[in-house]
Write a protein of this length. Sequence first.
Lengths: 784, 136
Amino acid sequence: METVLNDVPWSAGPYSIKRHGVQIANCDSEPVQTPGCIQSHGVLVAFRLEDLEIQQVSENVGGLLGVEAGDLMGKPLTAVLGESGAHRLKAFLASEPIERNPLYCQTQAIGTAQAAFHLIVHSNDGVGLLELEPSAPDAAEPDYYSLVKKSIVRLQGAASVQDFCQVACDEVRQLTGLDRVMAYFFHEDGSGEVIAEARREDLHSWLGLHYPAHDIPQPAREIFKRIWIRPLPDAAGALSEMIPLANPHTGRGLDMTYCGLRGASVMYTEYLRNMGVGASLTLSMRRAGKLWGLIAGHHVTATPFPWQVRAACELLAQTVSLQLAYVEEREHERYRARMQTAHLTALARVARNGELSRLTQPSPTLLDGIQCGGAAVYQQDEWSTVGDVPGSSELRELDAWLRPLLSSSAADSQSLYATDRLSEVHAAAAGYAEVASGLLAVSMSKTARQLIVWFRPAVAQTVSWAGNPSEAPTVPGPHGPRLTPRASFALWQESVAARSLPWTTAEREAALYLRTLVMDLVVSRAEELGALNSELASSNEELDAFAYVASHDLKEPLRGIHRHAALLKKDIQAGRALDTQALERLEAVTRLTVRMDGLLDALLHFSRVGRLELQPQMEDLNAVLVESIEMLGTQPTDARCAIRIPRPLPRVLGDRVRIREIFTNLISNGIKYNDKAERWVEVGYIEPHETTTLLLASDTPAVRNQTIYYVRDNGIGIAVKHRAQVFGIFKRLHTRDAFGGGSGAGLTIARRLVERHGGLLWLTSALGQGSTFFFTLAASESGG
Amino acid sequence: MNPGTPAAVLVVEDSDEDFATTADAAARLQVPYPLVRVLTADDGCAALMTGQRFRLVILDNSLPGDQGDLFLSALRSHPMHCRVPVVAFTASGRQPDRDVLHAAGVNAFHVKSVSYEDNLWTLEMILNYWLRAVAD
């Protein structure tokens, strides 16, 4: 700031609006806190706090109070207020928190005319500042307390930031009676936008007006971070300079930051005059120490702002600022929720088939999430788009440019790219700035093979302020037509050509979160597909085995039937009488159909076993075993075969009917494939950690902490090379008629049933001595 | 080994009906060799050790216990029988089954039909070709 000051006309001494003024070029350097002048409708007196000695006084003191400035210099304040007035003021100064906080002190008759003045006083860095404002002729004062209270209630009910600002405008207009009250919002780039407005019916709307950042110069913004209210009751009013210009106490221009009477920059008053505005009242809206926006009130004619109105407005401004954070946070939260809901809903569709293109149709699409004009998804060398997006060749070109920016790392920060001025970083985008000035892209994989891109149009494209051209001043001020809303808007449009609304933190986070979800989905889908594939492969193998069975085992009896029928037919054609041989052929056909029926039954049963839903319950295995032995028609004491049960079986969680079938299959095998004189089958179990000689380590699969059930026999045994084959459907180790025959499906079905319980079925055997079939009825514990 | 013993046709077939069809074909052609039937690969291997010479083997691959290819491998590694033609006459024409038999050295591969007449015709062709057209 110092270096700047050296270049301006007032670098030699204290500044005065009246003497120096400013130009558009240097208004950003204007010392608005020390303007050297006040608005002439009141009087400002600067005094020494310790002894109330007058140090400075505005030059209009003579006109308003009838006392010349020169006569007051170095005198105590009693010279203006009288003994009692000065005494009350002194007491007020001692008791009230007046540092940088102007407070109404009293109203008293002052000067030769004994006119009534409101006294408003504050201190600033050791200097006392007393503002004297003429009291308006007595009028019925509204109940400001009730008005403000009502306003606060309405503010609390606002649903959105927009709504909230509208309420604020309405309430300020209600309190002040101003012709127009607007809420300006400052964007991140410092530019402003009118987001709410309350106005006299016959005035043109300024809603949607944008203006460049420098329309409200930095010094003015700084002041609005400190004060709540800025009154200018007469924009065309005269200015009164302080006498002397420099404060004798500080040696510098008087700091009028907190003065209601502070003189306004000529830039501002000219702007107001050009707009046909006679008075203005500005309130600040702050959030977290930052200037969030302004509430600006305009009146076509000059109008006083009595201290009561100002106090009420100030209270309202403070309330607005306090509530703003909450309202804005709530709105952001709603937006975040909206983005997330849209993303999750669209993703649920993607999850069904893994195609990211489902993010673009049907509704809700990416358009319903992050605010954008269009979005495009790139997957498997194809773009799918929704909304307004660049053309397909432009997308391809954009993709080639984006890829290196995104593919360098899997880290979140590098998998996102965002810009609100695409054509500045990528010249080729200038051609489609109207649809894609803003770009937000996330890559879904390290190789950036999958992309999601959001596009935003140029913001100027989306905003058209209807501001009435006829509002241009017929006689513009000395700075020409520049200082008008129309020119501001044009300048702003120029400054944001080919720029979009910026991407907010919440939007970037939403994009990255979507990326995480998609990547999780892609990974889990890949796993799912892998699992499905292997399931499919195994079920294909089963189907294959099925077809094999159908082609061989089922056709075998058919061939026999065909043979007998063909021969019988030949006999009849040859005129042979139906003899014993013919009868034998018919009996053979009957026998073969029965066998075929048995095979088909077994096949259907096997197929059903693979699909059926188990109905697991806690079952007493002893009861289940008794049932299965009854079904076999063999009592434990049966002379043909002894069923041994060394100890009662435990209870188990399983499907009673299916476990019975497992037992039936295994026990019947034990009885059937037995050539011993004294046949026996033993049914037992082994608890986890029990030691037994039955289990041979080499034959035992990985079973941990599980009860193992077994069915053991002293039968013919199974050769090592056949131990896997015995579980194949219709696979028999012996010729059809040996050991009572059988379809060869029993062990296949038993194993399937065990597997349906999550368990395993395996065997050990010694040829000629017997076999033991082991099984478990639950999945092995993980880590086992 | 007894060179004086007349050669036979070995039929490895577990199905009674299918063997009967083979016997029908042999009877119709008046094949001058006796049929020796075994029901399993194991029994087939045993037959190789009896000293009996074989002029032809008709092999069903789908057998109880071991499959036909096991018997075929044993035959091909047997000094006395290694050159005997072996013709597969089996239910499954699946490629993996064919491949296994070809790898084991089968001379020809035929798939069984449901039709008795077709099977009879196939078997007659086999017997006619391998016993009459092909030199011993």
